[in-house]
Design a protein around this ligand. Structure first.
Ligand SMILES: Nc1nc2c(ncn2[C@@H]2O[C@H](COP(=O)(O)OP(=O)(O)OP(=O)(O)O)[C@@H](O)[C@H]2O)c(=O)[nH]1
Length: 304
């Protein structure tokens, strides 16, 4: 007991928010997935809100890092509209640390723009140089790293390969001590701030998107009617709401075939997420006025 206390004082628990920036294709998603663990890979819920979104949570015995989504990184920086600018700025404002992700041996205008954003935030900065596995002659990296070091006042410049677990552990070893001394913000077993109910609806929605593509009626919504956990099995019942009879037929497909595909793909994704067996019951309901039905709206989470 006394020993534990001594340990705690020597290494206080740290937790905080991390804004991850980098131009498209530098490997941010891969980095995040491997940092946080496989479970996060399907957690990219992007409800249309200006609230900061947490993309992933990394919890270790010494601390917890909450990675924030910065919308600017998805579409490049120069083309940001006002709404996205605000959301990106919001993410920066709530962050404790900024991380610039770049690709080894490359420096483009969008990298410079991402760096400018981070510098404007005034946050302590870390640079992550990804995809070093692509560089065969490692000595070529040194001048690149040197150059990057001179571009900003980075606390550290960390070369990694996002696909390599040991590199991700090393990165976390550097990142966590840069966060403020604070207790964990989320429970340890949580990999996203969204609860499973919300995630289940997102996963089903994603499958509807995939299976319907351009045919998708835009006013479709998914409501989770019940979510129970029994003997290691997750039992989920969900309703897909649409407005018109024609839309219902599209979602069902011939003889219900499309709904079956949506259901089985969503079930597989949910099993991966929960690491438990999942039973998924899916129904399609046509209801012209669903947007005015308070029960449905509550199920959809619009109860405030
Ligand atoms: N060789 C190599 N390739 C990588 C590494 N990390 C990511 N990639 C690849 O780089 C490509 C882009 O990776 P993503 O993780 O999708 O990149 P992103 O920055 O999230 O891209 P956007 O979603 O467009 O913002 C993918 O083909 C990855 O497989 C790495 O460490 N080494």
């Amino acid at each position: 007991m006394a020993e534990n206390e001594a340990l705690e004082t020597a290494h206080p628990y740290r937790s905080g928010y991390v804004a991850l920036l980098g131009r498209p294709n530098v490997g941010k998603s891969t980095l995040l997935n491997h940092l946080v663990g496989q479970k996060i890979s399907i957690t990219a819920p992007r409800p249309q809100t200006t609230r900061d979104q947490i993309l992933g949570i990394l919890t270790r015995p010494d601390g917890q890092a909450l990675f924030l989504d910065t919308p600017g990184v998805h579409g490049g920086y120069r083309s940001l509209n006002r709404h996205l600018l605000r959301a990106t700025r919001g993410a920066m404002e709530s962050a404790d640390l900024g991380v610039l992700v770049v690709e080894a041996m490359l420096w483009m205008e969008d990298d410079a723009e991402a760096l400018r954003w981070l510098q404007r935030s005034g946050l302590p900065l870390l640079a992550v140089v990804n995809k070093i596995d692509k560089i065969k002659a490692k000595e070529r990296l040194f001048p690149y790293l040197q150059n990057l070091t001179e571009r900003a006042n980075f606390v550290a410049v960390v070369p990694v390969s996002a696909r390599k677990t040991s590199d991700m552990e090393k990165l976390a070893d550097i990142l966590i001590p840069l966060l403020p001394t604070a207790p964990a913000i989320f429970p340890e077993d949580q990999v996203t701030d969204r609860n499973l109910r919300f995630m289940a609806a997102e996963i089903i929605r994603e499958q509807i998107f995939r299976q319907l593509g351009a045919e998708l009626p835009y006013d479709t919504a998914v409501a989770i009617e019940s979510y129970q956990v029994e003997n290691g099995q997750q039992r989920i019942e969900a309703t897909i709401y649409c407005r018109r009879p024609g839309q219902k037929a599209i979602i069902l497909g011939e003889g219900g075939s499309r709904l079956r595909v949506i259901g089985s793909r969503a079930r597989e994704a949910l099993q991966q997420l929960t690491e438990e067996r999942v039973w998924l019951g899916l129904w399609v309901k046509q209801k012209e006025q669903w947007t005015e039905d308070t029960h449905i709206l509550r199920e959809l989470g619009y109860d405030d």
